[in-house]
Design a protein around this ligand. Structure first.
Ligand code: SF4
Ligand code: SF4
Ligand code: SF4
Length: 200
């Protein structure tokens, strides 16, 4: 089952846009094995549905014309630099780390890394981001899915490390507040108490 999910994930476009109704490409691949339709990936359209059909042996009919109408165009985001307030909200949600900028600074997009998922436009509080279709074929966009996935996986890994780091630092502060400058023995005792409380 796991290898079938991975196989399906590999043929999905890796934009992580959520237009299929799931939290990303991998969750959608998993949902198909649990009975979800193979026709839900809007960036992938009929081409991707066909690949999913081959992998799963699904009997669902693929209406090429209908899927083409619903298909997301090949696009990238454009930032209105006069309006950007440098809030960094778009950085947090971008699955490919395609936006550069920092707090209270203008943000820019690395167009060749942008997969057109539109997640940043939904996060922007001042509506200064718009999608613009680009002159690139679906095949060329689709060929970049491996790269999009590498960037997405790297971002996820980094976020886990950042969270661990935050938790470690937070634990240190908490320990200092609870024990002040007292002895190591008292600190050990406090940690043991927390561990015991967690076990309950
Ligand atoms: S690219 Fe397709 S499968 Fe991936 S999240 Fe978007 S709609 Fe879902
Ligand atoms: S820049 Fe915006 S549209 Fe492009 S990949 Fe990142 S979140 Fe998606
Ligand atoms: S979310 Fe919008 S306003 Fe905030 S940094 Fe990004 S582009 Fe600028």
């Amino acid at each position: 089952m796991k290898s079938q999910i991975n196989k399906m994930n590999q043929v999905l476009p890796q934009t992580q846009c959520g237009l299929c109704g799931y939290a990303g490409c991998f969750p959608y691949a998993k949902a198909i094995t649990e009975g979800a339709s193979i026709l839900l990936c809007q960036p992938g359209g009929a081409q991707v549905a066909q690949k999913l059909k081959q992998i799963t042996g699904s009997v669902e009919l693929i209406d090429q014309e209908k899927m083409e109408l619903k298909r997301t165009p090949v696009q990238v985001v454009d930032i209105d630099l006069d309006e950007c307030i440098g809030c960094t909200k778009c950085l947090d949600v971008c699955p490919t780390d395609a936006i550069i900028g920092s707090h209270k600074m203008l943000h820019r997009v690395l167009e060749d890394q942008c997969n057109g998922c539109e997640l940043c436009t939904q996060a922007c509080p001042v509506d200064c981001m718009t999608m613009k279709p680009i002159d690139q074929s679906f095949d060329a966009f689709y060929a970049k899915r491996g790269e999009f996935k590498i960037r997405f996986d790297a971002k996820k890994k980094r976020q886990i490390l950042q969270k661990d780091d935050y938790n470690r630092r937070h634990a240190k502060v908490k320990l200092k507040q609870a024990t002040g400058d007292r002895t190591l023995a008292i600190r050990r005792e406090q940690i043991q108490k927390w561990l015991n409380d967690e076990d309950k």
